[in-house]
Design a protein around this ligand. Structure first.
Ligand code: NAP
Length: 276
């Protein structure tokens, strides 16, 4: 990647801040965008912060010419996305948009015991969702690269906490997850060598059932779900294929083993508590 062309993160929240840190470590010129940069990006030097608000087009002018953009928030409302596509996209060199696997059509009802469907990039999209229409607009009109991400976890977004808090229970539903560090590296890989106008699924490549995760949480860490099951949805879930990410983008997942990654997050949290 050309070190001089700035990478600009639009919406530097949980994932964007990791992209910023990894990009800096690689010697890239990275700028982090926020609607309230002084408040939300205080940990970043002022020279690397950018005020950016999709709802305030006057802030768009601060995006440097030829920048490589990573868009890290839902691509809505459509009118503003289309306006951005017309006014900003032609003057930047690359655009990577973070989407979600919820873009794929909800799975039809399955027979009891049937496996959840395997989803690849050719699977039908749910264009009833405004954000999916926004992403597709950017992909088809501006050659954006769309990354359809699985559920993001990592330090501060801990799967075991979701179990502890009863936000998930031991259902047979499939879930796909990705460590934020992998997602951030994949964003940089997509900027560098993603094919313009393509979409790539992003996960750790290991669809799992919540029942298995909850069982492992109990056996390995003694963490039990309180069983309120507020956020899991219905149906069999999806099993995400990341063959395209691996073969065409050439990315090798750093955290394919969820449980090893959770161990590392859990240990780091304990060390932090002990040092207080
Ligand atoms: N969480 C998940 O498990 C998950 C799974 C799949 C996909 N995704 C998608 O992946 C992307 C990154 O996720 P994340 O969890 O890292 O997001 P996040 O922490 O919410 O960060 C996104 C940031 O974008 C900024 N933002 C929001 N609306 C904006 C607007 N209209 N104009 C400019 N900036 C705006 C906000 O920062 P300021 O308030 O500082 O402006 C926000 O913190 C999102 O699109 C998310 O929907 C998330």
């Amino acid at each position: 990647m050309d070190q001089r062309t700035p990478v600009v993160i639009l919406g530097a929240g949980y994932t964007g801040l990791v992209i910023h840190a990894l990009g800096q470590a690689r010697g890239l010129r990275v700028m982090a965008g926020s609607r309230s940069p002084d408040e939300h990006l205080a940990s970043i030097p002022a020279s690397q912060r950018l005020r950016f608000d999709l709802a305030r087009p006057q802030t768009w002018a601060d995006i440097p010419e030829q920048a490589r953009l990573v868009w890290c928030f839902p691509a809505v409302p459509e009118t503003l996305v289309q306006d951005f596509a017309e006014r900003v996209a032609p003057r930047v060199s690359r655009l990577v948009v973070l989407g979600s696997t919820s873009a794929y059509e909800p799975s039809p009802p399955q027979k009891a015991g049937a496996a959840a469907p395997l989803i690849n990039e050719a699977s039908p999209l749910n264009l009833a969702l405004p954000r999916v229409r926004g992403e597709e607009w950017l992909r088809t009109h501006c050659q954006a690269i769309v990354l359809r991400s699985a559920g993001i976890y990592g330090p501060g977004r801990h799967v075991l906490d979701w179990v502890r808090q009863g936000r998930v229970t031991a259902s047979q539903r499939y879930v796909n997850l990705v460590h934020v560090e992998d997602l951030a590296y994949i964003c940089l890989a997509a900027l560098e060598r993603g094919k313009a106008g393509e979409s790539y699924n992003v996960s750790d490549g290991q669809p799992r059932q919540w029942a298995e995760i909850c069982r492992t949480a109990r056996d390995r860490w003694g963490v039990e779900s309180s069983g309120e099951n507020r956020q899991q949805g219905v149906g069999p879930g999806k099993r995400l294929s990341i063959v395209k990410l691996q073969t065409e983008l050439g990315y090798t997942v750093l955290h394919p083993d969820l449980y090893e990654a959770l161990d590392a997050i859990e240990n780091a949290a304990h060390h932090k508590l002990e040092s207080l």
